[in-house]
Design a protein around this ligand. Structure first.
Ligand code: ZN
Length: 689
């Protein structure tokens, strides 16, 4: 078996890192190896794991104090900086060990009270464990290979064989004060019996290693995990995998159905829903084809704190068929409903069993497994969905390994509930605050510049996820990169129907579906219709300014129908649709037909909850006015260019941002369809009628 971990420690790099960090040597070394651990997802994932070092520092009065540098909440080991290990006064927190009990809230206030910097992040929930162990440097991970062994019915026996006398074994206890005491007691006990502990394995949870130096503690971690990997390889007997067919091409048709079902079950408003990210690497498809996959998935989380990311159980759509999408949609609805019902029952049962009352978390699945197709991870944002996907990928590794070497027996549902509803764990999940377009997935065509770009920017600013499409792929890419993780791009010429469909499919593949289309791409073409050139310009303008909008709208309408959760079509029309200008027929005719197209969609799609509206803008300084076009239009009106842009009732030049604001408004106007909003500074001749 190929090892998934290796010792990346490098003396020269360590020296260099310490020089750059320019802090106390102990803290610098702590930072360096914490990052090494954090960079390997087979050891820790997204804020998981924690590290510490004991040292001395000087307080404000110049007195020397013993401190524990320990990972603060909100930091990720992969990218941790020195302030990510805030200093806690060691002596007073060591004294807490004398207590029989310490409630979580009291533990947190004791930790905060003893921070040297009162504004530092709250120390990790596992701080007391780090404090009570005598070692100078301590590393804690939830390494995949260790979990595969620690999640066995006979985990202790296996771990004793693997680690021998060096092992301190700690039966499952929920993180917090109790676990810290229990671990420290087990450690002291081992020392009293003349042993030299080097590895602590926490049943169904993870591993601790420690050492006099950062290098030693890290090396022991890598060695311990490598040993676990070897033990897995030695014991492995593989489970039958049923052959499957990879159905990646179905993804963009199936996933919007799932997203719509989740949105409806989750109580999202129409035209809003979660983000669904799909992963379909070979090992994921293989996992889902295992004969024991369903059983494994329903068994639980590989380490307790994953529950806040993935929920206690994924939804596994065993034997799902994708050739009848209507039937699949019905099945998704009923499976999601029964998953939620099961969750609610579990919640009620646990509350009763434990005699507690808690605020119920949403019961819909965070992970949906579609055999032969992929793993779908659900989140409020694409970042959150990716965290869920990463965690579940490793859940699959551990489940498969655990089952292949024996029996996967993770933390019980009763114990998992305590962690799921533990205030200290819930605090780790960043709740996204409601924003105007939060939960909306939008496609903006012609988004590389001008009105399209301004609209994409406005949508992102209001919380939407946006696919920017443009013929200028590089321009769209540049803009999307600048707009961050909630933006994606696709090169697309909307006049080619297959490309428009591909752009819509890209939204489904990237974010899980589509709620809003801003059909904006267009070109301005002049000419007199009674000339050959004018007639040719008309034909090409109809292609670009009318039919291409229908390509995008049609493809989007299919996704809306699959989601069954409404939909919003927005067209960028023009004042020319209402008040044509001289010699501008090819453009005006197409744009006025576009208004009809918008109205027709409003009429035909209204009954399925899909809205269709347009913005009627005029004279916005954008790429459309390149190559002397503004001069030409101004001349046609007998105006200077400056005057041309301000000739309106308000005598105000209208910006692309003004148009974008109108699109944002229409994207929220739930009771509005078949409407044209005018953004032209006021033009009596072009009042829509
Ligand atoms: Zn842990």
């Amino acid at each position: 078996m190929l090892s998934r971990v290796e010792n990346r420690y490098n003396d020269a790099e360590a020296v260099q890192a310490c020089k750059e960090l320019n802090v106390d040597g102990v803290l610098a070394m702590r930072t360096y190896t914490a990052r090494l651990l954090g960079k390997n997802p087979n050891l820790v994932l997204h804020g998981g794991g924690n590290t510490s070092a004991k040292s001395k520092t000087v307080d404000r009065l110049g007195r020397e104090v013993d401190v524990l540098y320990v990972k603060g909440s909100g930091w990720d080991l992969a990218t941790i900086d020195p302030p990510g290990h805030p200093a806690v006064r060691l002596q007073p927190i060591l004294e807490l060990r004398g207590l029989d009990d310490l409630a979580d809230e009291d533990m947190v206030s004791e930790l905060r009270r003893n921070l040297l910097d009162p504004f530092a992040p709250t120390p990790s929930v596992e701080t007391l464990l780090h404090a009570f162990l005598p070692a100078r440097f301590i590393d804690h991970t939830h390494a995949d290979a260790v979990l595969a062994l620690a999640d066995q019915p006979d985990a202790e026996e296996i771990c004793r064989k693997v680690y021998g006398e060096a092992l301190v074994w700690v039966p499952y206890v929920m993180p917090g004060f109790g676990l810290a005491k229990r671990t420290a007691d087990a450690f002291d006990e081992a020392v009293r019996h003349g042993k030299t502990p080097r590895v602590i394995v926490l049943e169904k949870h993870g591993i601790f290693t420690f050492g006099e130096s950062a290098k030693e503690s890290y090396a022991r971690m890598i060695e311990a995990v490598t040993r676990a990997e070897r033990a897995i390889a030695d014991r492995r007997h593989t489970v039958a995998v049923m052959p499957g067919t990879r159905l990646g091409s179905m993804e963009s048709r199936v996933v919007p159905r799932l997203r719509g079902a989740l949105a409806r079950a989750g109580g999202f408003a129409p035209e809003r829903g979660p983000v669904v990210v799909v992963r379909n690497e070979d090992f994921i498809l293989e996992f889902m084809s295992r004969r024991d996959a369903r059983h494994l998935v329903s068994t639980g989380c590989v380490t307790p704190d994953h529950v806040i990311r993935t929920g206690p159980e994924a939804l596994f759509l065993e034997g799902a068929e994708y050739n009848d999408l209507e039937r699949l949609g019905v099945r998704l609805d009923s499976e999601i409903a029964s998953h939620s019902r099961k969750y609610d029952e579990y919640f009620d049962e646990m509350c009763q069993l434990k005699g507690v009352s808690k605020k119920r978390l949403p019961g819909w699945p965070r992970v949906v497994l579609l055999p032969n197709l992929g793993m779908c991870a659900v989140g409020a944002t694409v970042e959150e969905a990716n965290v869920v996907a990463d965690v579940y990928e490793h859940t699959m590794f551990v489940m498969a390994d655990a089952a292949d070497v024996g029996k996967f027996k993770p933390v019980s549902r009763e114990d998992l509930f305590d962690v799921e509803y533990w205030s200290l764990e819930q605090a780790k999940v960043k709740r996204t605050t409601a924003s105007r377009l939060g939960g909306a997935i939008a496609l903006v065509t012609g988004a590389a510049n001008g009105i399209g770009l301004a609209t994409a920017e406005a949508f992102i600013a209001h919380g939407a996820h946006v696919v920017l499409s443009d013929r200028d792929g590089a321009g769209a890419e540049q803009a999307a990169t600048r707009l961050g993780p909630r933006a994606s791009f696709v090169r697309c010429d909307v006049t080619i129907e297959s490309e428009a469909r591909a752009a819509v499919a890209h939204a489904s593949r990237t974010f899980g579906g589509l709620d809003i289309v801003v059909s904006n791409a267009g070109t301005a073409s002049e000419g007199k219709l009674d000339t050959r050139e004018g007639a040719d310009a008309l034909r090409s303008s109809l292609e670009t300014n009318l039919l291409s909008h229908n390509h995008t709208a049609r493809a989007a309408a299919e996704v809306f129908a699959a989601q069954r959760h409404g939909g919003c079509l927005l067209f960028n029309a023009s004042k020319s649709a209402f008040a044509p200008g001289p010699g501008f027929g090819p453009y005006a005719v197409a744009k006025s037909a576009l208004i009809s197209l918008m109205r027709q969609y409003a009429i035909d799609s209204g009954p399925s909850g899909v809205r269709s509206n347009a913005v009627n803008a005029d004279r916005i300084r954008t790429g459309l006015f390149g190559d002397g076009f503004a001069e030409s239009r101004a001349r046609a009106r007998g105006l200077s260019v400056e005057e041309y842009f301000k000739t309106n009732l308000l005598h105000r030049e209208v910006s692309a941002k003004d148009v974008a604001d109108a699109f944002v408004y229409l994207a929220e106007a739930r009771s509005t369809t078949g409407c044209v909003i005018t953004v032209d500074g006021g033009n009596a001749q072009a009042f829509p009628r």
